[in-house]
Design a protein around this ligand. Structure first.
Ligand code: ACO
Length: 332
């Protein structure tokens, strides 16, 4: 079956991971945990940590430059920058505006931040595709970057071991019908918002009840998020396949690049979705959960490692705070 795209898709990918590697052995010295617990419960062996004098935009800028070089696209050609993050440099200006300035194209294109937590970049890719499909814009930079280690507290071992920092980016534009975007699906369930929350990062002050539940900057109900994720991964991916139409089925996916939050979530979701684990790209062992950066980092690596060939059907899927989930299907 010769799939057809909408004529727009990914022109180039790039990533950036901070230099500092934090291994499970390093973490053992900081919190009451073991390498064995972390590996068996999550699949994580090491993660990266942003330098003390750096911010999220510093990682995003490097990933963006790598993606633009890969796409052969100059900054002046961009019509829009979407920066997906829940750990921005500031409340204002947006991190997208910071990047626009650093790229030397201040005032020359639109720029905004998008927050869908770990689903952020996947949401951003769908948003960018809507602009491209409408004909409003021709070239869009979508960055996913987070510095979650800035929100972690050494006294909370349940979240401390899981997260790392990083950035990934895509340049989207015209590809022709034989390559590119075919379908997407977004999920959000605000009723579960309190299951994963970062306190005092906005205008709502932490309540006494919340403080009693978690005296730390992050509260995560791991079991509820786990349950949501294993279900939402399959639902969003099926939604994207249905949106793609053309008779596409789960077994037609050649490579699936999921959000890297927990190896066990992916194993369990893969069983539910009936997807061969060989078709799933994982790198959680080396980066941990990098939130909005996780899918673009994994996709960039998968491309570099030759896991995609021309004409392959690619699935991207993520879940995260909100709670949210998002999936999309592409012809490579
Ligand atoms: N080291 C050692 N022991 C630990 C640690 C740790 N780092 N953390 C928790 N434990 C202990 C707990 O205290 C508990 O002990 P107890 O039985 O004596 O009470 C025991 O280990 C089991 O804890 P559980 O919470 O039951 O462990 P579980 O098997 O559920 O795994 C985990 C926890 C890894 C957090 C899992 O629930 C998970 O991955 N959930 C999804 C989280 C996720 O993906 N979040 C990211 C969302 S994306 C975003 O938008 C940010």
């Amino acid at each position: 079956m010769a799939l057809k795209s909408c004529g727009y898709g990914i022109l180039g990918m790039g990533m950036f991971a901070p230099e500092q590697v934090v291994t499970n052995a390093d973490i053992e010295k900081i919190v009451d945990t073991t390498d064995e617990w972390i590996v068996t419960r999550s699949g994580i062996r090491e993660r990266r940590k942003i330098a003390a004098d750096e911010a999220t935009s510093d990682m995003g800028l490097r990933a963006a430059r790598n993606a633009m070089a890969d796409a052969g696209v100059e900054a002046e050609e961009l019509d829009l920058i979407i920066f997906c993050t829940f750990s921005p440099d500031y409340g204002c200006p947006s991190t997208a505006c910071v990047i626009q300035d650093q790229l030397g194209i201040g005032g020359k294109c639109g720029a905004f931040d998008l927050n869908a937590a770990c689903s952020g970049w996947a949401y951003g890719m769908s948003t960018a595709m809507a602009f491209l499909k409408s004909g409003m814009y021709k070239k869009i930079l979508v960055i996913g970057a987070d510095a979650v280690t800035r929100y972690l507290d050494e006294r909370d071992r349940s979240t401390y071991v899981l997260f790392g920092d990083g950035a990934g980016a895509a340049v989207l534009g015209e590809t022709g019908e034989d390559r590119g975007f075919v379908g997407q699906f977004l999920i959000a369930d605000g009723t579960m918002g309190q299951e994963l929350i970062i306190y005092d990062s906005g205008t709502r002050k932490k309540t006494e009840a919340q403080e009693a539940k978690s005296p730390y900057p992050i509260y995560m109900n791991g079991k509820e998020v786990f349950r949501f994720a294993t279900k939402a991964l399959g639902e969003s991916l099926q939604g994207a396949l249905d949106d793609a139409g053309q008779g596409l089925k789960m077994e037609d996916i050649d490579l699936l690049v999921p959000h890297q939050a927990n190896m066990r979530i992916i194993d369990s979701a893969a069983k539910r979705m009936n997807i061969d684990p060989e078709k799933i790209y994982m790198n959680i062992d080396r980066y941990g959960n990098t939130s909005a950066a996780s899918v673009p980092i994994a996709l960039t690596e998968a491309i570099e490692r030759g896991r995609l060939k021309q004409g392959d059907t690619l699935g991207l899927v993520a879940f995260g705070g909100g709670l949210t989930a998002a999936a999309s299907i592409w012809i490579w």
